[in-house]
Design a protein around this ligand. Sequence first.
Ligand code: HEC
Ligand code: HEC
Ligand code: HEC
Length: 239
Amino acid sequence: MIIRRFLFLYFLAASIALANPLVQEMDQAQPDAAELQRAKEQLEKSSPEAVETPLFVPPFHKRKDAQALPATFCRSCHQQNPHRSNARKRAFLNMHSRYISCETCHWWPEGEQLAYAWMQVPGSSHARGMIVPRLKGEPVLIAESIPWARVLKQQWEEADEAGKVEIKAKLHHPLREKGPGCGACHGNEDALLDYGLLGYKPQRARELELNPTARFIERTEPRSADEPVRRIHIRDLLE
Ligand code: HEC
Ligand code: HEC
Ligand code: HEC
Protein backbone atom coordinates (compact mmCIF):
# COMPACT_ATOMS: atom_id res chain seq x y z
CA MET A 1 0.00 0.00 0.00
CA ILE A 2 2.68 2.43 1.14
CA ILE A 3 4.84 1.45 -1.82
CA ARG A 4 1.92 1.91 -4.21
CA ARG A 5 1.29 5.32 -2.75
CA PHE A 6 4.94 6.23 -3.01
CA LEU A 7 5.06 5.11 -6.64
CA PHE A 8 1.94 7.08 -7.38
CA LEU A 9 3.44 10.23 -5.85
CA TYR A 10 6.71 9.58 -7.66
CA PHE A 11 5.04 9.33 -11.06
CA LEU A 12 2.80 12.26 -10.31
CA ALA A 13 5.81 14.38 -9.41
CA ALA A 14 7.79 13.02 -12.37
CA SER A 15 4.99 13.89 -14.77
CA ILE A 16 4.80 17.40 -13.32
CA ALA A 17 8.54 17.69 -13.82
CA LEU A 18 8.24 16.38 -17.36
CA ALA A 19 5.59 18.92 -18.14
CA ASN A 20 7.91 21.68 -16.92
CA PRO A 21 9.31 23.23 -20.10
CA LEU A 22 12.46 24.47 -18.37
CA VAL A 23 13.29 20.96 -17.12
CA GLN A 24 12.79 19.73 -20.69
CA GLU A 25 15.10 22.39 -22.08
CA MET A 26 17.77 21.46 -19.53
CA ASP A 27 17.48 17.74 -20.25
CA GLN A 28 17.69 18.26 -24.01
CA ALA A 29 20.40 20.95 -23.91
CA GLN A 30 23.45 20.43 -26.10
CA PRO A 31 26.01 22.94 -24.87
CA ASP A 32 28.66 23.92 -27.41
CA ALA A 33 32.42 23.88 -26.89
CA ALA A 34 32.48 27.49 -25.67
CA GLU A 35 29.86 26.82 -23.00
CA LEU A 36 31.71 23.73 -21.80
CA GLN A 37 35.00 25.64 -21.70
CA ARG A 38 33.37 28.44 -19.71
CA ALA A 39 31.84 25.99 -17.22
CA LYS A 40 35.25 24.34 -16.83
CA GLU A 41 36.93 27.65 -16.04
CA GLN A 42 34.16 28.65 -13.61
CA LEU A 43 34.39 25.37 -11.73
CA GLU A 44 38.17 25.58 -11.55
CA LYS A 45 37.89 29.04 -10.06
CA SER A 46 34.91 28.72 -7.74
CA SER A 47 34.99 27.09 -4.35
CA PRO A 48 31.79 26.05 -2.59
CA GLU A 49 32.91 27.93 0.53
CA ALA A 50 33.13 31.20 -1.43
CA VAL A 51 29.57 30.81 -2.64
CA GLU A 52 28.18 30.00 0.78
CA THR A 53 29.89 32.73 2.81
CA PRO A 54 27.38 35.39 3.84
CA LEU A 55 28.02 38.78 2.26
CA PHE A 56 26.88 40.87 5.15
CA VAL A 57 25.93 40.77 8.80
CA PRO A 58 22.27 39.84 9.30
CA PRO A 59 20.02 42.18 11.30
CA PHE A 60 20.88 41.79 14.95
CA HIS A 61 17.59 40.25 16.06
CA LYS A 62 18.04 37.57 13.43
CA ARG A 63 21.68 36.88 14.03
CA LYS A 64 21.15 33.46 15.54
CA ASP A 65 18.66 32.07 13.04
CA ALA A 66 19.83 30.93 9.69
CA GLN A 67 17.53 32.72 7.25
CA ALA A 68 15.12 30.43 5.46
CA LEU A 69 15.65 30.25 1.72
CA PRO A 70 13.00 29.53 -0.88
CA ALA A 71 12.96 25.74 -1.44
CA THR A 72 13.86 25.83 -5.13
CA PHE A 73 16.22 23.78 -7.25
CA CYS A 74 18.43 26.79 -8.06
CA ARG A 75 18.97 27.38 -4.33
CA SER A 76 20.28 23.87 -3.84
CA CYS A 77 23.54 25.16 -5.40
CA HIS A 78 23.21 28.97 -5.22
CA GLN A 79 22.57 29.18 -1.53
CA GLN A 80 22.64 32.46 0.38
CA ASN A 81 23.43 35.35 -1.93
CA PRO A 82 23.73 34.33 -5.57
CA HIS A 83 24.46 37.90 -6.71
CA ARG A 84 27.91 39.10 -5.82
CA SER A 85 29.70 40.66 -8.77
CA ASN A 86 27.69 43.87 -9.24
CA ALA A 87 28.33 45.75 -6.00
CA ARG A 88 25.75 48.46 -6.74
CA LYS A 89 22.93 46.05 -7.46
CA ARG A 90 23.64 42.87 -5.56
CA ALA A 91 21.82 43.76 -2.33
CA PHE A 92 18.66 44.59 -4.32
CA LEU A 93 18.96 41.49 -6.50
CA ASN A 94 19.48 39.20 -3.52
CA MET A 95 16.56 40.81 -1.68
CA HIS A 96 14.31 40.38 -4.74
CA SER A 97 15.38 36.75 -5.11
CA ARG A 98 13.56 35.96 -1.89
CA TYR A 99 10.21 36.70 -3.52
CA ILE A 100 10.90 36.73 -7.27
CA SER A 101 11.90 33.35 -8.63
CA CYS A 102 15.23 32.97 -10.40
CA GLU A 103 13.29 31.79 -13.47
CA THR A 104 11.44 35.14 -13.67
CA CYS A 105 14.68 37.04 -14.28
CA HIS A 106 16.87 34.37 -15.90
CA TRP A 107 14.51 32.42 -18.17
CA TRP A 108 12.96 34.09 -21.19
CA PRO A 109 12.38 31.37 -23.78
CA GLU A 110 12.48 32.71 -27.31
CA GLY A 111 9.22 33.14 -29.15
CA GLU A 112 7.07 32.36 -26.09
CA GLN A 113 4.63 34.66 -24.39
CA LEU A 114 5.05 34.53 -20.59
CA ALA A 115 2.76 35.87 -17.90
CA TYR A 116 3.73 36.22 -14.22
CA ALA A 117 1.81 35.22 -11.10
CA TRP A 118 2.30 34.51 -7.40
CA MET A 119 2.89 30.98 -6.19
CA GLN A 120 3.34 29.73 -2.62
CA VAL A 121 6.90 28.47 -2.12
CA PRO A 122 8.20 27.48 1.34
CA GLY A 123 10.99 29.82 2.49
CA SER A 124 9.88 32.87 0.53
CA SER A 125 10.07 36.16 2.45
CA HIS A 126 6.78 37.48 1.00
CA ALA A 127 3.31 36.69 2.33
CA ARG A 128 2.07 35.98 -1.21
CA GLY A 129 4.93 33.59 -2.00
CA MET A 130 6.99 34.15 -5.14
CA ILE A 131 6.46 35.71 -8.52
CA VAL A 132 6.97 32.98 -11.12
CA PRO A 133 6.64 32.88 -14.90
CA ARG A 134 3.62 31.12 -16.38
CA LEU A 135 3.69 29.53 -19.78
CA LYS A 136 0.34 28.50 -21.30
CA GLY A 137 -1.23 28.94 -17.88
CA GLU A 138 1.23 26.66 -16.05
CA PRO A 139 3.67 28.03 -13.46
CA VAL A 140 7.33 27.38 -14.33
CA LEU A 141 9.37 26.88 -11.19
CA ILE A 142 11.61 23.93 -10.38
CA ALA A 143 10.91 23.01 -6.76
CA GLU A 144 13.73 21.49 -4.76
CA SER A 145 11.57 18.52 -3.81
CA ILE A 146 10.65 17.09 -7.24
CA PRO A 147 12.37 13.76 -8.00
CA TRP A 148 14.10 15.19 -11.09
CA ALA A 149 15.75 17.89 -8.94
CA ARG A 150 16.79 15.40 -6.27
CA VAL A 151 18.29 13.00 -8.80
CA LEU A 152 20.21 15.84 -10.44
CA LYS A 153 21.54 17.14 -7.14
CA GLN A 154 22.80 13.67 -6.32
CA GLN A 155 24.42 13.25 -9.75
CA TRP A 156 26.11 16.61 -9.24
CA GLU A 157 27.48 15.60 -5.84
CA GLU A 158 28.81 12.29 -7.15
CA ALA A 159 30.17 13.61 -10.47
CA ASP A 160 33.87 13.99 -11.16
CA GLU A 161 35.25 17.23 -12.57
CA ALA A 162 34.29 16.51 -16.19
CA GLY A 163 30.81 15.40 -15.12
CA LYS A 164 30.27 18.61 -13.19
CA VAL A 165 31.34 20.69 -16.20
CA GLU A 166 28.76 18.89 -18.34
CA ILE A 167 25.96 19.26 -15.76
CA LYS A 168 26.69 22.98 -15.18
CA ALA A 169 26.71 23.66 -18.93
CA LYS A 170 23.48 21.74 -19.59
CA LEU A 171 21.56 23.29 -16.69
CA HIS A 172 22.53 26.81 -17.67
CA HIS A 173 22.12 26.42 -21.43
CA PRO A 174 18.48 27.66 -21.45
CA LEU A 175 19.18 30.46 -18.94
CA ARG A 176 20.24 34.06 -19.44
CA GLU A 177 23.52 34.98 -17.85
CA LYS A 178 22.17 38.36 -16.76
CA GLY A 179 18.68 39.24 -15.67
CA PRO A 180 16.71 42.31 -16.71
CA GLY A 181 17.72 45.81 -15.58
CA CYS A 182 15.82 47.49 -12.74
CA GLY A 183 13.95 49.57 -15.33
CA ALA A 184 12.26 46.45 -16.73
CA CYS A 185 10.03 46.37 -13.65
CA HIS A 186 10.45 49.89 -12.27
CA GLY A 187 10.20 51.88 -15.47
CA ASN A 188 7.29 53.58 -17.01
CA GLU A 189 6.67 51.59 -20.13
CA ASP A 190 6.80 47.97 -21.31
CA ALA A 191 6.92 46.71 -17.74
CA LEU A 192 7.86 43.05 -17.49
CA LEU A 193 5.35 42.56 -14.68
CA ASP A 194 1.72 43.57 -14.82
CA TYR A 195 1.27 44.85 -11.26
CA GLY A 196 -2.51 44.98 -11.61
CA LEU A 197 -2.71 41.29 -12.55
CA LEU A 198 -0.40 40.49 -9.64
CA GLY A 199 -2.98 42.02 -7.32
CA TYR A 200 -1.33 45.36 -6.45
CA LYS A 201 -3.68 48.29 -5.96
CA PRO A 202 -3.27 51.05 -8.60
CA GLN A 203 -1.53 53.43 -6.17
CA ARG A 204 1.01 50.78 -5.12
CA ALA A 205 1.52 49.72 -8.74
CA ARG A 206 2.33 53.32 -9.65
CA GLU A 207 4.79 53.54 -6.72
CA LEU A 208 6.57 50.42 -7.91
CA GLU A 209 6.68 51.63 -11.50
CA LEU A 210 8.18 54.95 -10.47
CA ASN A 211 10.39 53.71 -7.63
CA PRO A 212 13.10 56.40 -7.38
CA THR A 213 15.79 54.09 -5.96
CA ALA A 214 15.47 51.62 -8.82
CA ARG A 215 15.38 54.38 -11.41
CA PHE A 216 18.45 56.00 -9.91
CA ILE A 217 20.41 52.73 -9.84
CA GLU A 218 19.48 52.08 -13.46
CA ARG A 219 20.22 55.62 -14.64
CA THR A 220 23.69 55.64 -13.12
CA GLU A 221 24.74 52.12 -14.15
CA PRO A 222 28.23 52.40 -15.70
CA ARG A 223 27.87 51.78 -19.44
CA SER A 224 31.28 50.17 -19.80
CA ALA A 225 33.93 48.59 -17.62
CA ASP A 226 36.11 51.73 -17.97
CA GLU A 227 33.50 54.14 -16.70
CA PRO A 228 34.07 54.98 -13.03
CA VAL A 229 31.45 53.63 -10.63
CA ARG A 230 29.31 56.48 -9.32
CA ARG A 231 28.89 56.54 -5.56
CA ILE A 232 25.35 56.73 -4.28
CA HIS A 233 24.47 59.76 -2.14
CA ILE A 234 21.08 60.18 -0.53
CA ARG A 235 20.68 63.59 -2.18
CA ASP A 236 20.94 61.92 -5.62
CA LEU A 237 17.84 59.92 -4.83
CA LEU A 238 15.93 63.10 -4.09
CA GLU A 239 16.77 64.76 -7.41
C1 HEC B 1 24.07 21.79 -9.66
C2 HEC B 1 24.40 23.11 -9.20
C3 HEC B 1 23.66 24.28 -9.80
C4 HEC B 1 22.30 24.43 -9.94
C5 HEC B 1 21.21 23.48 -9.52
C6 HEC B 1 22.10 25.73 -10.53
N1 HEC B 1 23.29 26.36 -10.73
FE1 HEC B 1 23.58 28.21 -11.54
N2 HEC B 1 25.61 27.96 -11.45
C7 HEC B 1 26.24 26.85 -10.89
C8 HEC B 1 27.68 27.05 -11.00
C9 HEC B 1 28.75 26.09 -10.47
C10 HEC B 1 27.89 28.30 -11.66
C11 HEC B 1 29.21 28.98 -11.98
C12 HEC B 1 29.47 29.77 -10.72
C13 HEC B 1 30.59 30.70 -10.62
O1 HEC B 1 31.46 30.85 -11.47
O2 HEC B 1 30.55 31.33 -9.56
C14 HEC B 1 26.55 28.83 -11.91
C15 HEC B 1 26.30 30.05 -12.56
C16 HEC B 1 25.05 30.62 -12.76
C17 HEC B 1 24.79 31.90 -13.40
C18 HEC B 1 25.84 32.83 -14.01
C19 HEC B 1 25.86 32.67 -15.50
C20 HEC B 1 26.45 31.34 -15.95
O3 HEC B 1 25.82 30.63 -16.75
O4 HEC B 1 27.54 30.96 -15.50
C21 HEC B 1 23.43 32.10 -13.36
C22 HEC B 1 22.67 33.28 -13.92
C23 HEC B 1 22.85 30.93 -12.70
N3 HEC B 1 23.85 30.06 -12.35
C24 HEC B 1 21.50 30.77 -12.50
C25 HEC B 1 20.91 29.58 -12.06
C26 HEC B 1 19.48 29.36 -12.02
C27 HEC B 1 18.43 30.37 -12.42
C28 HEC B 1 19.30 28.07 -11.57
C29 HEC B 1 18.00 27.33 -11.40
C30 HEC B 1 17.11 27.26 -12.56
C31 HEC B 1 20.62 27.51 -11.32
N4 HEC B 1 21.56 28.46 -11.64
C32 HEC B 1 20.85 26.24 -10.83
C33 HEC B 1 25.65 25.74 -10.33
C34 HEC B 1 24.27 25.50 -10.30
C1 HEC C 1 15.04 40.67 -10.07
C2 HEC C 1 15.73 39.92 -11.07
C3 HEC C 1 16.63 38.78 -10.67
C4 HEC C 1 16.30 37.68 -9.90
C5 HEC C 1 14.99 37.39 -9.18
C6 HEC C 1 17.46 36.82 -9.92
N1 HEC C 1 18.46 37.39 -10.67
FE1 HEC C 1 20.32 36.64 -10.94
N2 HEC C 1 20.88 38.31 -11.97
C7 HEC C 1 20.05 39.38 -12.24
C8 HEC C 1 20.83 40.42 -12.93
C9 HEC C 1 20.30 41.78 -13.39
C10 HEC C 1 22.16 39.93 -13.05
C11 HEC C 1 23.36 40.65 -13.67
C12 HEC C 1 24.05 41.47 -12.59
C13 HEC C 1 25.17 42.29 -13.19
O1 HEC C 1 24.90 43.41 -13.62
O2 HEC C 1 26.28 41.77 -13.25
C14 HEC C 1 22.16 38.60 -12.44
C15 HEC C 1 23.28 37.81 -12.34
C16 HEC C 1 23.31 36.55 -11.73
C17 HEC C 1 24.48 35.73 -11.56
C18 HEC C 1 25.90 36.09 -12.02
C19 HEC C 1 26.84 36.28 -10.83
C20 HEC C 1 26.72 37.57 -10.06
O3 HEC C 1 27.47 37.69 -9.08
O4 HEC C 1 25.95 38.46 -10.41
C21 HEC C 1 24.09 34.57 -10.92
C22 HEC C 1 24.96 33.41 -10.47
C23 HEC C 1 22.66 34.68 -10.69
N3 HEC C 1 22.21 35.90 -11.18
C24 HEC C 1 21.90 33.68 -10.10
C25 HEC C 1 20.58 33.86 -9.69
C26 HEC C 1 19.83 32.88 -8.92
C27 HEC C 1 20.36 31.54 -8.50
C28 HEC C 1 18.62 33.42 -8.67
C29 HEC C 1 17.51 32.87 -7.81
C30 HEC C 1 17.90 32.46 -6.47
C31 HEC C 1 18.59 34.73 -9.32
N4 HEC C 1 19.78 34.95 -9.93
C32 HEC C 1 17.49 35.59 -9.28
C33 HEC C 1 18.71 39.48 -11.93
C34 HEC C 1 18.00 38.58 -11.14
C1 HEC D 1 11.31 41.20 -12.29
C2 HEC D 1 10.87 42.50 -11.81
C3 HEC D 1 11.79 43.33 -10.95
C4 HEC D 1 13.08 43.73 -11.24
C5 HEC D 1 13.95 43.35 -12.44
C6 HEC D 1 13.47 44.59 -10.17
N1 HEC D 1 12.45 44.72 -9.27
FE1 HEC D 1 12.43 45.87 -7.59
N2 HEC D 1 10.61 45.13 -7.05
C7 HEC D 1 9.84 44.27 -7.82
C8 HEC D 1 8.62 43.98 -7.11
C9 HEC D 1 7.50 43.05 -7.59
C10 HEC D 1 8.67 44.68 -5.89
C11 HEC D 1 7.61 44.75 -4.80
C12 HEC D 1 7.53 43.55 -3.93
C13 HEC D 1 6.52 43.76 -2.83
O1 HEC D 1 6.86 44.39 -1.84
O2 HEC D 1 5.38 43.29 -2.97
C14 HEC D 1 9.93 45.42 -5.91
C15 HEC D 1 10.35 46.27 -4.89
C16 HEC D 1 11.48 47.06 -4.94
C17 HEC D 1 11.84 48.04 -3.94
C18 HEC D 1 11.04 48.36 -2.69
C19 HEC D 1 10.02 49.39 -3.09
C20 HEC D 1 8.86 49.52 -2.21
O3 HEC D 1 8.13 50.52 -2.37
O4 HEC D 1 8.58 48.62 -1.39
C21 HEC D 1 13.03 48.62 -4.32
C22 HEC D 1 13.81 49.71 -3.63
C23 HEC D 1 13.41 47.96 -5.57
N3 HEC D 1 12.45 47.03 -5.92
C24 HEC D 1 14.57 48.26 -6.26
C25 HEC D 1 15.00 47.55 -7.38
C26 HEC D 1 16.32 47.71 -8.01
C27 HEC D 1 17.39 48.68 -7.53
C28 HEC D 1 16.36 46.85 -9.06
C29 HEC D 1 17.53 46.54 -9.99
C30 HEC D 1 18.76 46.14 -9.34
C31 HEC D 1 15.07 46.15 -9.11
N4 HEC D 1 14.29 46.59 -8.08
C32 HEC D 1 14.72 45.21 -10.07
C33 HEC D 1 10.17 43.78 -9.06
C34 HEC D 1 11.40 43.95 -9.70
